[in-house]
Design a binder for this molecule. Sequence first.
Ligand code: WT7
Length: 645
Amino acid sequence: MSFPFQISSREQYERDYQASIENPEKFWGEVASHFLWRKPWDKVLDWNFKEPRVEWFKGAKLNITENVIDRHLETRGEQPAIIWEPNNPDERTRVVTYNRLHKRVCQVAQMLTNLGVKKGDRVCIYMGMVPELAYAVLGCARIGAIHSVIFGGFSAQSIADRLEDTNSAYIITCDGGYRGSKDIPLKAVIDDALVGNKVVKKVIVYTRTRTPVSMIKGRDVWWEDEMEYAETQVEKDGIVSFPAVEMDAEDPLFILYTSGSTGKPKGVVHTIGGYMVWTAYTFVNVFQYREGDVYFCTADIGWITGHSYIVYGPLAVGAQSLMFEGIPTWPDAGRFWDIVDKYKVNIIYTAPTAIRSLMGFGSSPLAEKDLSSLRVLGSVGEPINEEAWHWYDENIGKSRCPIVDTWWQTETAGIMISTLAGITPSKPSWATLPLPGVEPVLVDEEGKVVTTPNEDGYFKGNLCIKTPWPGILRTTYGDHERCRTNYFATYPNLYFSGDGALKDKEGNYRITGRVDDVLNVSGHRIGTAEVENALNMHAGVIESAVVGYPHEVKGQGIYAYVIFEGKMANADLIRQDILQTVSRIIGPIAKPDKIQFVQGLPKTRSGKIMRRILRKIAEGETENLGDITTLLDPGVVEVIKNGKV
Ligand code: WT7
């Protein structure tokens, strides 16, 4: 069976694309009619990029959990919704059917209500990759609370910042989490984040690792106890129910923080109706999901990929979504392929960084793994280099599975530019064609649309989108002006992605990477300014400048130039202190790969750091550093070059 809005041929793609651009309201109104609304919309789309204001399915009422859970119960109640593979392959796996998911989500909704959570309240979630994380997210959605999931790799300080920004009174966490051979003490990190916090009223703790945790009377409660009590309330005579709260299509569904070119991460806000339609539509069409497929997305729910393509998109169409707690290389580098073999996975969606790290282990981890169930391979998070693309194609797909290289962002909620598996052609390291509803334009620095190809025959420019798609971000939490200046002001009347791209004559897009001061490290976005702020907090650091450099596995590595004051008796120890500081302020993911101590930084007369030069040096370039005559002190360049680490 295919889904009502499933594109099934190249011709249909062309037709639907045209229709979506010519009359978006008609097109998306039709797609949206295949969802469950309590009240239909008054208007499909109302927008103005100047403010910016975007409203999809205006006036409509719904609850997203009735779409991702309740409406499947009659037809597929006993079918798996979430298949959970634990970190340790010796531990028992868990299969959560739609019926079971319904019950658990009703319990969470009841538990949250019992603890005082109301519609519109923000709930921060800091958990490992356990099914309870999905229950927590959906439980919030059921009562109209706004979830803000924080990736388990962020530090106490980062959590504290996000708690403050969202003014959250509720947290859901775990005692600890497993990641490969490591135990992560999640609750202890929350405790650190809460020192001095006067706003948080309740911390719900799910037991995963049975690590000892501090439990504060009146504030900290056990998930298991609360859920058990909630069960007695939601289940009567074998019938489970917790009425879903009626929400407006444009009410916020969640906040997810992401890095930008300025110091503090911003809370991207997505709203219910458009997000639901966009994630479900893109999921079905890009991966060409078929009834009964097992779909495995290797991301963490702490990132947008997990929100959209582990939880909401797949469940909205009644798919079987495989959720993995562990990492690709533990207990060995065959872990993903064991999972594919064990569950007969049909579709796998992973990141170039994972592919590159597994490539390094050669083909022995693949020996005797049956990968014949695979039909579609997906990639996301960063440009996929040709070498990784071909390795993925040949070794995993056995040259018979289409690769979908999916370009999108936290802000876009779902896939924007991608091959549709088996429908439109793949092209190594090209994301290829826009999805219906997506109107990309490439502009030059002045904002003029690029109309002349370069010497290679490609149009090259900054990637913008002309009109709203249902999943576009609506605001940045608590600071709408920041949303406007970040995305809608660089080029008037366009959404600016921050990425550069090429376009060929057939209309295929190749994303070349960020054109702003944002790094992409192992598919994670990190702002250089954010890392610099953290570096500068170290007692001995006077000033710092951070740039990216090509890294074999991570895509980009973090290179920090640091001016250090005082004694440098042991440079290595100081380096480690600095790394600790960054780890404390942001999290281990932001730790520089290289730190070079310098006496001065190349600056213009007006005091601006010339990052272009620093980037070139970090990349190993020594000759063509460009014009350095405008520098205040061109001499520093030579010194920095000679001191490269
Ligand atoms: C940035 C968004 C999309 C979910 C995961 C990351 C880069 C993402 C691709 C791709 C080239 C890509 C872009 C983008 N990016 N996918 N297929 N090809 N670059 O979400 O953290 O919001 O990061 O990731 O630079 O702007 P995110």
